[in-house]
Write a new protein. Structure first.
Length: 319
């Protein structure tokens, strides 16, 4: 059975009851690489995540949790892990002789803001929250960071080659050049704390929640060591009208100004934010290629590949 079709509700409830907590209910929320649930225990709500097997080691998950704790200590509004049923924020459950890691997090009451309601105040709050995260990352020196992948160690990047895609010669040539140029560009950037650290990596509005207290960031399971410019790529993509489409100047300016009120932004990062968006697209292509056989992605992958190739045919140089 594919992971995305497994319901872990009974197993989570059983694990809770093993610790003498009978007043509990589990309801499925969504599948998004991991499997996500709302747990209500003794009248208190929690977010529960069952990690996709082999996605992360237990040390990597604990490193994510330590990073979240640091962000909270720095005043960033995040959903933190909770040691709910043992002394660790990570536990195990078994299903059909397979073993899975799971965790509980603070549950944030609120809503995801749909794009038709993205006014300048929301855009500014989005940029401000990202700036707060990066500012805290710049002071994060915990030894556990070694247990999170660096950008060039991500499995879908390490294993990808444009030649795997069975493209005609012209399309393969421009995609290969794009792939090579990405590494040239990134390898020239400094790796000091002003440029490089732990990043969210998937900072779109589905990964933060608006409540009466403002925006709260969630879903740091993809956090990795990378250039801070990458965390602009997803916001720019979502603000764009289409694949690498246009962004209203006022919208982009509001996002960047709010970010810069929270932390510094090196000039050669700020001047290349759309380059980072473009890099994210080709890395997303590599990610989709790795997952294209799965039900959720098998129709998305060919459309995404076609869209990106069409873009490259009209924009053949990354620099």
């Amino acid at each position: 059975m594919m992971f995305e079709t497994i319901d872990f509700s009974d197993q989570l409830q059983s694990k809770i009851r093993e610790h003498s907590i009978d007043d509990a209910s589990i309801s499925f929320l969504r599948y998004s690489v991991n499997s996500n649930y709302k747990a209500t225990i003794g009248g208190q709500s929690y977010f529960a995540r069952v990690y996709r097997p082999k996605k992360e080691s237990i040390n990597s998950i604990l490193a994510e949790h330590d990073y979240l704790t640091h962000l909270k200590k720095c005043g960033v509004s995040v959903s933190c892990p909770i040691s709910l049923i043992n002394d660790s924020t990570v536990a195990k459950l078994n299903l059909n002789s397979d073993e899975y890691y799971f965790s509980f997090f603070e549950y944030i009451e609120g809503e995801h803001i749909r794009s038709e309601f993205w006014d300048i105040d929301f855009i500014s709050s989005w940029g401000s929250l990202l700036g707060q995260i990066h500012n805290a990352s710049k002071s994060y020196l915990h030894k556990n960071t070694i247990n999170r992948h660096a950008w060039d160690e991500l499995p879908w990047i390490k294993s990808f080659s444009p030649s795997d895609l069975n493209l005609e010669k012209l399309k393969l040539g421009i995609l290969q050049k794009e792939w090579d140029d990405v590494f040239i560009f990134l390898n020239k950037l400094p790796k000091d704390s002003e440029y490089f650290g732990l990043i969210h990596y998937d900072f779109h509005p589905g990964n933060f929640i608006k409540s009466e207290n403002g925006l709260t960031a969630i879903d740091f399971d993809d956090c990795c060591k990378g250039f801070y410019g990458w965390d602009f790529a997803m916001p720019l993509h979502r603000m764009s009208k289409g694949h690498m489409g246009t962004i209203e100047i006022e919208t982009l300016d509001s996002f960047i100004k709010a970010y810069k009120k929270e932390t510094s932004l090196p000039e050669n990062i700020e001047n290349n934010l759309r380059t980072f968006e473009r890099i994210r697209h080709i890395f997303m292509l590599a990610w989709l290629n790795k997952r294209k056989a799965e039900q959720k992605w098998n129709q998305i992958f060919p459309r995404y590949l076609d869209t990106h190739i069409k873009y490259l045919l009209g924009n053949t140089s990354l620099f």
